[in-house]
Design a protein around this ligand. Structure first.
Ligand SMILES: [Cu+2]
Length: 127
């Protein structure tokens, strides 16, 4: 009788443990945002890389913008009200937003960084 009670208690404890474990993993997974990396360089030195980024609609997105250049750049996606005024040479900026509509939206540099600054554009594809 006593052994049975101990066995039942152990069974309950291990079940609770498994459930808590699954919940913890789920919570961790939900904490990981959809993340994209973007490299910023002047048009002359390689432009945005990649020029096109694709993200899922309706999911919070994080973009890490690495300026590996020797001049400042800016970043904006006007359709989603995303903007970073200035990212200094060697710095990383992080933006987070919710792409709530499907389509192709331009993103661009917003700092006059070189003669060909106006060509420093790319496309955000939300699908
Ligand atoms: Cu630029």
């Amino acid at each position: 009788m006593r052994n049975e009670i101990i066995a039942i208690i152990l069974m309950i404890l291990s079940t609770v443990g498994i459930v808590l474990g699954v919940l913890a993993v789920e919570k961790y997974r939900r904490g990981q945002l959809y993340t994209v990396e973007l490299i910023a360089r002047t048009t002359e030195h390689g432009n945005w890389y990649p020029r096109r980024i694709t993200v899922p609609v309706g999911e919070e997105v994080k973009i890490l913008i690495r300026n590996i250049d020797t001049v400042s750049h800016g970043f904006a996606i006007p359709d989603f009200n995303v903007a970073v005024e200035e990212i200094k040479a060697g710095n990383v900026a992080v933006v987070q937003f919710m792409p709530d509509k499907k389509g192709i939206f331009p993103f661009m540099c917003t700092v006059w960084c070189s003669e060909r600054h106006l060509e420093m554009t790319g496309e955000l594809i939300v699908e």
